[in-house]
Design a protein around this ligand. Structure first.
Ligand code: HEC
Length: 95
């Protein structure tokens, strides 16, 4: 009985010491603080009147007048608007 528990514990330790280490991923692009905050604001405030629009449906240039029109609708203050701007610019359609 003692030997069996010894085996169990040993295999337990071996199993976990051999499991792959989780290394931090470096491939995910890091969002700026502004863009990260903008993403939260976007999700919270931009899907109230219509569904959340896909950010990459529009180019960075197309987003500028859209945001000018939508920021007052969503009652964003200038900081929130700048953050949402950073977010949509980060994920806008190429072009
Ligand atoms: C008070 C209501 C309201 C809020 C809040 C709002 N929108 Fe809109 N939005 C509209 C209306 C109305 C339209 C035009 C009809 C449609 O496309 O659904 C529109 C259209 C859009 C379009 C399509 C524009 C085009 O030319 O194709 C985008 C993109 C958009 N909104 C983004 C946003 C974003 C980003 C926010 C948050 C900052 C936001 N909206 C918040 C009412 C709102």
């Amino acid at each position: 009985m003692k030997f069996i528990s010894f085996l169990l514990i040993t295999s337990f330790i071996l199993f976990f010491s051999c499991s792959p280490k989780t290394t931090p991923t470096t491939s995910v692009p890091k969002l700026s603080t502004e863009a990260a905050a903008g993403m939260v604001i976007y999700t919270a405030k931009c899907g109230r009147c219509h569904e959340l629009k896909k950010v990459d449906n529009y180019t960075a240039a197309e987003w500028v007048p859209i945001l000018d029109a939508m920021a007052p609708k969503a009652k964003l203050d200038s900081t929130e608007k700048a953050n949402v701007h950073a977010y949509v610019q980060a994920f806008a359609k190429a072009g």
